[in-house]
Design a protein around this ligand. Structure first.
Ligand code: BTN
Length: 282
């Protein structure tokens, strides 16, 4: 339901009108309800999706979108709350012409693309919490989960899952302090179809820059401009170790550079590490 009590559905006409890409979002697979859009991309790759057929049903740029996920997944094995309440739960299949080792960088590229799309459509100033959370006023509006499905013709098949709290108004108790939505920040509902199309437009643009370069060199300065942790004290929670340092920025591979008290600099690679602000989530 939206604020006026009507059923709020993603407006696919609005999406189609605003889509300017060559590939991203052109093959759109839409569900009212699915377990996880990431899991569905994986099935589609095997010709095993909920749509008909036994052939491969997803290719580079394909987008799976759902109004609700019953088993939404987050980073580090966490659950991702994804009710039928104005969320944007979507996953792209991306097949970069790059070695598999380069693919974790895609998650930072996606964060930049989503941040830019949010600004373009809503005017809201969002920031990036390394590596790929999008935050507004210290609260999370978007999370990104990148998974590798396999290899095809020598190139990796990447599933890029993006969860945006679009028109969501309520959060479970444990998320209230750390999460927000675009509608709550804006004070009115947003056109989710339009935002999804802009995410496709923006993602294709940033992706092509990244794919050509093979690393984040051409995007690093912009990423750092919006990096909420930059210059701040952060707590690093790694396996068997927890310490505080100052986040300096990223390197061209997307690792976070953290200066310890003794002035030595650590290169933090995403995956197994959590980064928190000293006073809270950011
Ligand atoms: C995080 O932990 O911050 C990442 C959350 C990613 C959630 C999205 S929603 C669409 C896609 N499908 C999933 O099951 N997860 C991702």
């Amino acid at each position: 339901m939206n604020i006026t009590g009507e059923e709020d559905r993603i407006d696919r006409e609005s999406f189609g009108r605003a889509l300017k890409t060559e590939k991203f979002g052109r093959n759109l697979i839409y569900y009212e309800q699915i377990d996880s859009t990431n899991a569905e991309v994986k099935r589609l790759l095997k010709g095993d999706g909920r749509t008909e057929g036994t052939h491969r049903e997803a290719w580079h740029g394909s987008l799976v979108l759902a109004e609700e996920q019953t088993r939404g997944r987050g980073r580090l094995g966490r659950e991702w709350s994804s009710p039928k309440e104005g969320g944007i739960w979507m996953s792209f299949l991306i097949e970069p012409r790059l070695p598999a080792e380069s693919c974790p960088m895609l998650t930072l590229v996606a964060a930049m693309a989503v941040r830019a799309a949010i600004k373009e459509i809503t005017g809201l100033e969002a920031a990036i919490k390394w590596p790929n959370d999008i935050v507004i006023e210290g609260r999370k509006v978007c999370g990104i989960l990148t998974e590798m499905a396999g290899m095809s013709e020598g190139f990796p098949e990447i599933i890029l899952g993006i969860g945006i709290n679009g028109n969501r108004r309520a959060f479970p108790a444990e998320l209230k302090e750390v999460a927000t939505s675009l509608a709550l920040e804006k004070g009115r509902d947003i056109d989710r179809g339009l935002l999804i199309a802009e995410v496709c437009n923006s993602l294709e643009k940033y992706f092509l820059i990244f794919e050509k370069a093979g690393d984040l060199a051409p995007l690093k300065a912009e990423y750092e401009e919006y990096l909420v942790n930059r210059g701040r004290l952060v707590r690093i929670l790694a396996e068997g170790e927890e310490y505080t340092g100052t986040a300096l920025g990223i390197n061209e591979q997307g690792a976070l550079l953290v200066e310890r008290e003794d002035k030595s600099i650590d290169t933090i690679i995403s995956g197994e590490v959590s980064v928190r602000g000293v006073l809270g989530y950011t």
